[in-house]
Design a protein around this ligand. Sequence first.
Ligand code: HEC
Ligand code: HEC
Length: 199
Amino acid sequence: MLRSVILALGGVFLAQGVLNQSAFAQMPAGDPAEGRKKATMCRTCHGIEGLAKIPIAPNIGGEPASYISRQLIAFRAGARTHEMMSVVAKSLDDQTIADVAAWYAEQKASATLPAGKTDAQAPETCVACHGTEGIATMEDAPNLAGETVMYLDTQLKAFRGGKRTHEIMSDIAADLSDEDIRELAEWYSGIKLNIEKAK
Ligand code: HEC
Ligand code: HEC
């Protein structure tokens, strides 16, 4: 049952992936070296290599360029809102978005489970896309490893309440209780994220 739901979601996911790719294809090519310079605008909150500096901001180093661009475009357009990011995104043109996305995507993310935890304990409804250790297995899904409980809780409740929308995540979050959200957030938050800086 669970498996078929996930497979059905996977179908939606693939269809949506095609759309995302065409939107992304309209973006100019990103230059990571330019992106590194422009990332001085982002470093107080996300770090220069994408390891977050404040608990309400997510780690973005090693996320796919398409995911980073898509979120920045959503903030700029008002489809996703946040008091800080909406302001930042309004000032970004397409080239800047492509460049910073290329820079952050170039960092390499990996994860380490905390002592005493095994992959088998990972939340089974999430692993198909976000991986057992919170390193995404699909291009359009973000890494969750090492995000704070606060950030994960905010996002899951935003999907559940409709403040943030996404074909797959809105449906998944709709079924989660506050307690489920807490447990899921604790699993992914407990994992150590390592970001290896690009040369
Ligand atoms: C003043 C702090 C601040 C600055 C500066 C800032 N951000 Fe953010 N950013 C945030 C916060 C907070 C969030 C989480 C928003 C939310 O809760 O939805 C976020 C979210 C994001 C996300 C979504 C990530 C995800 O996993 O969904 C991306 C991508 C992002 N920021 C990129 C950038 C880039 C690129 C810059 C520089 C051009 C930047 N941000 C500058 C605070 C900041
Ligand atoms: C079929 C694939 C799929 C499954 C299963 C799935 N997700 Fe997601 N998830 C995604 C995608 C795709 C996104 C990006 C949404 C967007 O673009 O706004 C996402 C985004 C998220 C985010 C926002 C992260 C960020 O950086 O802003 C969180 C948190 C999240 N998922 C948690 C979960 C949890 C917890 C589960 C299990 C209960 C789960 N997801 C199951 C595909 C999936």
